[in-house]
Design a protein around this ligand. Structure first.
Ligand SMILES: N[C@@H](CCC(=O)N[C@@H](CS)C(=O)NCC(=O)O)C(=O)O
Length: 336
C-alpha cells in the first residue's frame, strides 16, 4: 500500500483489501486488533469514533477485558430505532450489555467495568482505599463532567464533529471563542491542582483523570491545542495520560473497526481506498485524503478524485485521529 509507508512512524492501520495479498495481511491485523471472541460476555453498541463510546472501550482496554463492539449505524439513525432504545432509552451511544444487565451512560458503564473487571493493582476508583481517597476521585470525576466537558466539548463539536464527522454544520466561531474562554478558566484551576499532586485525585492516576481522554484527544487536533502550552502542569499530565498503552490500543482498535467490511462500506466511500499524503516539511502537516466511491459493495469502485478533503494537523497531534477521520469518511453515506 503506497500510503502505508507515509503514515507516521510506528503507526499502521487496516484497510479494506482489494488484492489477495492485501486481504491476507489485513486479516492477520484484524485478528490481532480485534477483542471479539465467542465467549465475550460484554457488548458495547456504538462506533469507536464517538467519544463516549471510546471512553468505554478505553476502560475495557485498561482492565484487559474481553468485549464485543457491535456497530450502530448512526448515520442511518439506527440509534433512534426500537432495538437500540431498549439498550439506551435516550437514543444515544453507547449502549452496553453484560449478560442480562443493560447499562447506559458512558461514565457509569466505565465504573461498572472497573468494579467488575478491574484488578486490585489498578484501583482507579480507589474502592480499596480510604473514603477520603475515593471521595477525591468522585470530586474530580464530577469536575470533568460538570466543568471540563462543557468547556471543551463545544470546541470539539464545532471544529471536528459537526463539520467533519456528522457534517451537519460548519464551525460556529462565536461558540468556539466563548468555550475557549471558559476552558482557560478551567485549565487554570487544573494547573493549580496539578502543582500540588501529579494527578487530579492524588499522586497516582485515577478514573477521574482518564475520563478526560476522549474529548481532549480530539481537542488536540483542533487549531487551539496550543492553549495547553500555557498550562505546563496540565500539559505534562496530559502527556502522561496519552502514554498509557490502553490509549494506543483503543485508537488502534478504532482504526481497525473502521475498516470493517460489507455493511459499513457498501454503497459508501470505502475506507480501503483512502490515501494519506503527508507533507512533513511544512510547519503544519497536511494530510490530503482521497477516496474511491463504491456503489454496491466492492465491485465497480470508481475514483472520485484527489483533494477530497484536506486536514491541517499540528505537528505532534496524534496521527490516529487523522487516520480515524479518514476511516469515518469511509462510513459516510454521503457524497463529498
Ligand atoms: N452522557 C451520555 C452521552 C451520550 C451521547 O451523547 N452520545 C453521543 C455519541 S458520543 C450520541 O449518541 N449522539 C447521537 C445523538 O445524540 O443522536 C454518555 O456519556 O453516554
Amino acid at each position: 500500500m503506497a500510503w502505508a509507508s507515509q503514515l507516521p512512524p510506528g503507526y499502521s492501520i487496516e484497510w479494506e483489501p482489494t488484492s489477495p495479498e492485501d486481504r491476507e495481511e489485513a486479516e492477520s491485523q484484524r485478528l490481532s486488533c480485534s477483542k471479539q471472541t465467542d465467549m465475550s460476555p460484554m457488548k458495547v453498541f456504538g462506533h469507536p469514533m464517538l467519544t463516549n463510546v471510546a471512553r468505554v472501550l478505553f476502560f475495557l482496554e485498561e482492565v484487559g477485558a474481553e468485549y464485543e463492539l457491535v456497530p450502530v449505524d448512526f448515520l442511518a439513525g439506527e440509534h433512534k430505532r426500537p432495538q437500540h432504545l431498549k439498550l439506551n432509552p435516550f437514543g444515544k451511544m453507547p449502549g452496553f450489555q453484560d449478560g442480562d444487565l443493560v447499562l447506559f451512560e458512558s461514565r457509569a458503564i466505565s465504573k461498572y467495568i472497573l468494579r467488575k473487571y478491574g484488578k486490585a493493582e489498578l484501583d482507579l476508583l480507589r474502592d480499596n482505599g480510604s473514603i477520603e481517597e475515593s471521595s477525591m476521585v468522585d470530586v474530580w470525576t464530577e469536575v470533568e463532567a460538570e466543568q471540563y466537558y462543557p468547556a471543551i466539548a463545544p470546541v470539539v463539536f464545532e471544529c471536528i464533529i459537526n463539520p467533519f464527522i456528522m457534517r451537519t454544520a460548519p464551525t460556529n466561531q462565536t461558540v468556539v471563542d466563548a468555550s475557549l474562554e471558559r476552558l482557560r478558566g478551567v485549565l487554570g484551576i487544573y494547573e493549580a491542582r496539578l502543582e500540588k499532586t501529579a494527578y487530579l485525585a492524588g499522586d497516582s492516576v485515577s478514573f477521574a483523570d482518564l475520563n478526560h481522554i476522549p474529548f481532549t484527544f480530539y481537542f488536540m487536533a483542533t487549531p487551539y491545542a496550543s492553549i495547553f502550552d500555557d498550562y505546563p502542569k496540565v500539559k505534562a499530565w496530559w502527556e502522561r495520560l496519552m502514554a498509557r498503552p490502553a490509549v494506543e490500543r483503543t485508537y488502534q482498535y478504532r482504526a481497525a473497526f473502521g475498516s470493517r467490511p460489507s455493511q459499513w462500506s457498501q454503497g459508501r466511500l470505502a475506507p480501503s481506498s483512502c490515501e494519506l499524503r503527508c507533507d512533513a516539511g511544512s510547519v503544519m502537516t497536511r494530510y490530503t485524503i482521497t477516496a474511491d466511491e463504491c456503489s454496491g459493495g466492492k465491485q465497480g469502485c470508481r475514483k472520485v478524485g484527489d483533494d477530497v478533503l484536506s486536514l491541517v494537523v499540528k505537528p505532534g497531534a496524534d496521527p490516529s485521529l487523522v487516520v480515524g477521520l479518514v476511516l469515518v469518511y469511509g462510513l459516510m453515506n454521503r457524497s463529498i
